[in-house]
Design a protein around this ligand. Structure first.
Ligand code: CA
Length: 235
């Protein structure tokens, strides 16, 4: 019985599409290739893939439009954006529209496979925990207990302000996923939070890192995605 996970690749550049599909096949995934947005949507409906790789620059429709049509559907299929370099605002828009992650062209096979593994794992975790409110998150030697409102690092209790705790909680719940500045601002400072400048977030993040003795250039817990947001690193 085949247990291969199906991955829909929506990419109009044949060289890139072939490269991706070969990499997927040789790593025990089942690739399904589409070269336009319309074909991608139709293959999505006929094949119900486990994950979608979506190029933003498609010939017939904007990749963001494809994403928006996918986000309207009740079925939650994780999406990884394939993006050109220097298109930060596009990437941020896609992430805010519900994309799970992105890779920047040109990317290597190992980077792509790592992103796919992380995203599928997170999607599986979400499915399992649906309806069950977890209250304790573990990231390396960091334990974030939401019910008790406590953070310990290697067993030692560390004090955080209310907002610092909310940021850590949010990153831990979505560990492995990049969260945009606006997403964090809205979840921590409320619906108008993104009217705040990113400065308030940067200050809080600097305090969090200082308390965790985290060196931003060699992060153990929180990685900065320049111009986009932050990502809690998984084990
Ligand atoms: Ca393209």
């Amino acid at each position: 019985m085949s247990e291969k996970r199906a991955i829909l690749v929506i990419e109009d550049e044949h060289a890139i599409s072939n490269f991706i599909c070969r990499a997927l096949s040789s790593n025990d995934y089942k690739p399904i290739a589409a070269t336009s947005g319309k074909e991608g949507l139709s293959l999505f409906f006929s094949h119900s893939p486990d994950l979608i790789l979506l190029d933003l620059g498609l010939p017939d429709m904007d990749g963001l439009e494809v994403l928006s049509q996918l986000s309207d559907l009740p079925r939650e299929t994780p999406v990884i954006i394939i993006s050109a370099r220097d298109r930060e605002s596009e990437k941020v828009k896609a992430l805010d529209m519900g994309a799970d992650d992105y890779v920047v062209k040109p990317f290597g096979v190992s980077e792509l496979l790592a992103r796919i593994r992380t995203t599928l794992r997170r999607a599986d975790r979400l499915k399992v925990s649906q309806g069950i409110q977890r209250s304790v998150y573990q990231v390396k030697d960091l334990t974030i207990d939401i019910a008790k409102h406590q953070v310990t690092q290697a067993g030692e209790l560390i004090h955080f302000t209310q907002n610092e705790f909310k940021i850590l909680e949010l990153l831990a719940i979505h560990a492995g996923k990049v969260l945009t500045y606006d997403f964090i601002l809205e979840h921590v400072w409320g619906p108008y939070g993104s009217n705040n400048s990113n400065q308030i977030l940067r200050v809080n993040m600097a305090n969090i890192r200082r308390k965790l003795k985290e060196n931003p250039s060699e992060p153990r817990y929180i990685h900065t995605e320049l111009g986009i947001g932050y990502r809690m690193l998984e084990d």
